[in-house]
Design a protein around this ligand. Structure first.
Ligand SMILES: Nc1ncnc2c1ncn2[C@@H]1O[C@H](COP(=O)(O)OP(=O)(O)OP(=O)(O)O)[C@@H](O)[C@H]1O
Length: 233
C-alpha cells in the first residue's frame, strides 16, 4: 500500500529523518513508535507530501508519488486524522460528515453516513451540535468518522487517544479495532504502547530519525529491554 524508501527530511538546516525505509502492506496495522521529537509526525508528513523530503521515494498503491501534492496522495485512498484533530468547528456533526463523503478507490462505498453513525452512536445523538460544541472525545470520533467517509484503504491516526478520558479512550480503541477488522490498513501513532502491542501486526520504532526496530509484537513482548531502551517504558 505504501512503500517509502531512503527518506531524508530537513526543517531548515535540521536533519530530521536519516534515510528511513517504511512500508505498510494492504490491510496491515502498523504502530509507529518512539519518544517525543524522534520524527514520527515528520515521517507521516513526508509520506503525505505535507513536507518535502530532500531525498527518497514514496510509492502508494503501486504509483510513484514522490514529490506529489497532498491532495493527489490522499486520492490514492489515504485518510489522515492529524494530531489535534481537524474538523470544521463552525459546521455541525452532520455537515462535517457529509462534506467529507466520497467513494474510495474503484468506487467503493462501504462507509456510508449511516454506517459511520452506527459506529459512533454518540455522534448520531449530536448531529446538530457544532464541531466546537463537542467534547474532546466526540471531536476525535468526528475526525475519525470524517476519515471513514472517504472510504480509505489506509487510515493514519496520529495520537488519536491523546488527552482523552479512559472511558472515551476505550471506545476509540474499540472503534479502531472495528476499522482494522473491516480490512482498512492503518498507521497508528499513540503513547499507549501496551494497547498497540495487542493490536498492530507490525511495530516500527524511530530514534532520532532512524528506524531501530521493524517487526512483529512478539519480539517486543519477549524482550522488554527493547521498549525500555527506545521508548523508556
Ligand atoms: N515545523 C518544524 N520546524 C522545525 N522543526 C520541527 C518542526 N516540526 C518538528 N520539528 C522538529 O523535528 C523533530 C521531530 O519532530 P516530530 O514532530 O516529527 O516528532 P514526533 O516523533 O512526532 O514527536 P511528538 O510525539 O512530540 O510529535 C523534533 O526535534 C521537532 O522539534
Amino acid at each position: 500500500m505504501i512503500v517509502a524508501k531512503g527518506i531524508h527530511t530537513f526543517y531548515g538546516n535540521s536533519h530530521i529523518l536519516h534515510g528511513v525505509d517504511f512500508s505498510v502492506a494492504k490491510g496491515e496495522t502498523v504502530a509507529l513508535m518512539g519518544r517525543n521529537g524522534m520524527g514520527k509526525s515528520t515521517l507521516l508528513k513526508s509520506i503525505l507530501g505535507l513536507v518535502s523530503p530532500k531525498q527518497g521515494s514514496v510509492t502508494i498503491a503501486g504509483t510513484d508519488m514522490t514529490g506529489a501534492q497532498t491532495h493527489a496522495i490522499m486520492r490514492k485512498g489515504i485518510a489522515y486524522v492529524p494530531e489535534g484533530r481537524g474538523i470544521f468547528p463552525n459546521l455541525n456533526v452532520r455537515e462535517n460528515l457529509v462534506m467529507a463523503a466520497r467513494p474510495g478507490i474503484g468506487g467503493r462505498r462501504d462507509w456510508t453516513y449511516e454506517r459511520v453513525l452506527d459506529t459512533f452512536p454518540r455522534l448520531a445523538e449530536r448531529l446538530d451540535n457544532m464541531g466546537n460544541h463537542l467534547s474532546g472525545g466526540e471531536q476525535q470520533m468526528l475526525s475519525i468518522g470524517r476519515a471513514l467517509m472517504t472510504n480509505p484503504d489506509l487510515l493514519i491516526l496520529d495520537e488519536a487517544t491523546e488527552g482523552l478520558a479512559p472511558l472515551i479512550r476505550r471506545e476509540i480503541w474499540h472503534t479502531i479495532r472495528t476499522i482494522k477488522d473491516s480490512g482498512i490498513a492503518s498507521i497508528i501513532v499513540d503513547k499507549n504502547v501496551h494497547v498497540l502491542l495487542g493490536l498492530a501486526e507490525r511495530h516500527v520504532i524511530l530514534v532520532k530519525g532512524r528506524i531501530v526496530y521493524d517487526g512483529g509484537p512478539q519480539a517486543l513482548k519477549d524482550d522488554p529491554e527493547i521498549l525500555k531502551r527506545h521508548i523508556g517504558l
